[in-house]
Design a protein around this ligand. Structure first.
Ligand SMILES: NC(=O)c1ccc[n+]([C@@H]2O[C@H](COP(=O)([O-])OP(=O)(O)OC[C@H]3O[C@@H](n4cnc5c(N)ncnc54)[C@H](O)[C@@H]3O)[C@@H](O)[C@H]2O)c1
Ligand SMILES: [Zn+2]
Length: 671
């Protein structure tokens, strides 16, 4: 009974896996994420290990890749190109070593080569007398596709080796596309309305398996070599020597390969690569671990689908499939309407994901998204998850397409999508959603950093109409707050103290807090230095702004537009009425940034002379100390600081670099 149930499941898994392999290897257009494929595959292996009698020769566990496309000439590999077994954690690596030791009937341990596992496509290159004569895909391991002319267009593949007296060499390696290449290619495909590649592997495979090599030539493909068909022929004794040898032939070897003396070192290297991977120019999906010694490799041999002497240790998946439950349209601070998909929660590389940004209407249309769609989602680095594509094959026939609203979901004002722009906006200046977002921004760290007025509190006060617009923040009274749900005496006092402390911000911070489009901290800093007062900015012209070094046209237009709006002018008056006084560098009368601070400089300063530095301290209300005294509060260190730094550190004084000192004066940093 149990066996027949398992047999049924096996048949189901084989059918599914074979279908997925076809989509992935032959069509370069997978329906599910690699992680999910791997899970199904592991389930299959587990059942087959328990019931070896149920293993059939057509099981995906016994086969490599997919069939060669018929549009290409077929190439028979002299020696099969195999796949790799997978490991998913440290335990799997220990078990791998156990299996090796048992197979070799030894307890003596040996070194391994650890190589980044590039997420690309395996190819074989045949060189005769040092000349590239053929290149092919892995195909089903025995028979691949002849893509010689396509491979010739890949710049990092040498057409000639540096040692021409080798009669024949069959090298194997990975063709891949780096992140920026894939991004550009997908951007271009998006512009052309073509479907995007789900991952670098599909992009590399899709680019190489083009009948017209001219198309391949336009694709940013790269190549790293990682082995040869018959290592014995090269005279090398191990993988490390082989990689060095291949490099001397002019073949590119990944510089991150690393020889590990034992499996513990392999595990440490895996952890290291897991950290490094996000900073690499290309995507890797794991690390390939190979027994270094070729004599041992030969003794270990291969199984049907993969060699015994190597294993691929995979990183946790960062793609997954799930369903779109609903789409929310959120109105941002600049009125931009962002569609956000609410998803059935799913684990993506260890993080539960339940929302994904859909960017804009063009993206929705291009991906042809419907409510209820099964979608492939991914998380890249730490960015917000995004939908790679929908899987229309899994769509319910009655599913409704996702439609962008015509009117603002909050204020019902008609939405506007300017010609040639991707973003749809609510342009109603009184739209409550925008106002709320801008109040949240004003109080946040990117704005005036008002303690006690975080996002949740601001939303609550906005809902209660206690804050309707920015100046209202400064009108809050203790009796407004204390007694509200979630507020006590203490939190009310805390918020009011935060508000009081924010009344004299630097002009830079104030401008950045207003959330004018294209005016962040840096541009705000430029404005403060150039105009030195808010009043002056209210009447500035576009031409004047364009003369400010570093200030672009978009920012100039946006600033003029902002300050010419009568409702903005009214708001500025209201700010003044409630006692808000932005302080510019040279008029910082009452609120001196360095008042109470006693500073000393040491080492050589790069941007300021000593005299200038001391003058600045005094202008900002600070004092200059004569040495590392009791009174000293802060030491500013230039290059080659000497003994004062150590002394100041010992005494627990604050230490600033020259740049930090300048940031303090700009109001961007607090001592
Ligand atoms: N999403 C899907 O529907 C689907 C379907 C089939 C397969 N897949 C994915 O493909 C995997 C199986 O593919 P596979 O058979 O190509 O195996 P694999 O990608 O797990 O490992 C073998 C391959 O690793 C590559 N490789 C990269 N760097 C290497 C190095 N330094 N040394 C040796 N090889 C290196 C080679 O191309 C080699 O062929 C699955 O685990 C799954 O992730 C996904
Ligand atoms: Zn609106």
């Amino acid at each position: 009974m149990a066996v027949s149930l398992q047999q049924k499941r096996l048949e189901e898994l084989r059918l599914q896996l074979n279908e997925h392999c076809h989509r992935y290897y032959v069509l370069d257009d997978p329906l599910i994420s690699d992680g999910e494929y791997d899970r199904l595959f592991q389930e299959l292996i587990a059942i087959e290990e328990k019931y070896p009698e149920l293993v059939t020769s057509d099981s995906p566990s016994q086969r490599v890749g997919g069939a060669a496309l018929e549009k290409f000439e077929q190439v028979e590999h002299r020696l099969p190109m195999l796949s790799l077994e997978n490991a998913f954690d440290d335990q799997d690596l220990y078990s791998f070593e156990d299996r090796l030791l048992r197979f070799l009937l030894t307890t003596e341990r040996f070194p391994y080569m650890a190589e980044p596992k590039l997420d690309g496509l395996a190819v074989e290159l045949v060189y005769e007398d040092g000349v590239l004569i053929r290149g092919s895909t892995r195909g089903n391991g025995m028979i691949g596709e002849d893509i010689t002319s396509q491979l010739r267009t890949v710049h990092s593949i040498p057409l000639r080796l540096k040692l021409p007296d080798l009669p024949r060499l069959e090298v194997r390696g990975e063709v891949f596309m780096d992140r920026s290449g894939l991004e550009k290619l997908n951007q271009q495909r998006a512009d052309d309305g073509e479907p995007l590649f789900a991952n670098p592997r599909n992009a590399a495979a899709g680019s190489l398996r083009q009948l017209d090599p001219k198309i391949t030539a336009q694709r940013p493909l790269r190549f790293f070599v990682y082995g040869v068909a018959e290592p014995g022929d090269t005279g090398c004794r191990n993988q490390q020597e082989l990689l060095q040898f291949l490099a001397t032939l002019g073949l590119p070897v990944n510089p991150l390969v690393s020889l590990c003396p034992d499996i513990g070192a392999v595990i440490a290297r895996f952890a290291e690569l897991s950290r490094l991977r996000h900073n690499l120019a290309y995507e890797i999906d794991g690390m390939v671990v190979k027994v270094n010694d070729f004599t041992l490799q030969t003794r270990l041999g291969a199984k049907a689908r993969a060699p015994r002497w190597a294993i691929a240790c995979k990183f946790p998946a960062t793609q997954a499939t799930t369903q779109i439950v609903q789409v929310d349209f959120q109105v941002g601070r600049t009125g931009a309407v962002t569609p956000v998909a609410l998803l059935t929660p799913v684990d993506v590389g260890g993080v539960m994901v339940s929302r994904a940004t859909l960017h804009n209407n063009d993206e929705i249309l291009r991906k042809d998204l419907h409510i209820g769609d099964t979608v492939l989602i991914q998380r890249a680095g730490d960015v917000i998850p995004e939908i790679v594509k929908a899987i229309p094959e899994k769509r319910n026939s009655s599913a409704e397409p996702v439609t962008f609203p015509k009117d603002c979901p909050v204020c019902s004002h008609p939405l506007l999508k300017p010609e040639g722009e991707a973003i749809t906006r609510c342009v109603n200046p009184h739209c409550p959603a925008q106002r709320l977002r801008s109040i949240v921004h004003f109080c946040s760290k990117a704005g005036l950093d008002i303690e006690g007025l975080g996002k949740k509190s601001v939303e609550q006060l906005f809902d209660l109409k206690l804050i309707k617009d920015l100046p209202d923040i400064f009108r809050l009274q203790r009796e407004d707050l204390a007694g509200l749900e979630g507020w006590g005496e203490k939190s009310a006092e805390n918020a009011l103290a935060g508000v009081r402390a924010a009344k004299e911000p630097s002009l830079t911070r104030f401008l950045a807090a207003l959330g004018i489009r294209f005016v962040g901290e840096v541009t705000a800093g430029l404005l403060e230095r150039s105009y030195k007062s808010l009043e002056r900015l209210l009447t500035v012209t576009r031409e004047e702004l364009l003369e400010v070094e570093g200030l672009g046209e978009q920012a100039a237009n946006s600033i003029v537009e902002y300050f010419s709006d009568p409702s903005v002018l009214e708001m500025m008056r209201a700010f003044h009425d409630v006692g808000v006084r932005p302080q510019a560098l040279e008029q910082s009368g009452g609120n001196l940034l360095l008042s109470g601070e006693v500073l000393l400089f040491t080492g050589s300063l790069k941007k300021l002379s000593r005299t200038e530095a001391k003058k600045l301290v005094k202008e900002h209300g600070g004092e200059v100390a004569s040495g590392i005294t009791q009174k000293l509060t802060c030491l500013v260190v230039g290059e080659k600081p000497g003994s004062k730094l150590k002394k100041a550190e010992e005494k627990g004084k604050k230490i600033l670099t020259e740049d930090e000192f300048l940031q303090v004066l700009d109001g961007q940093l607090k001592i």
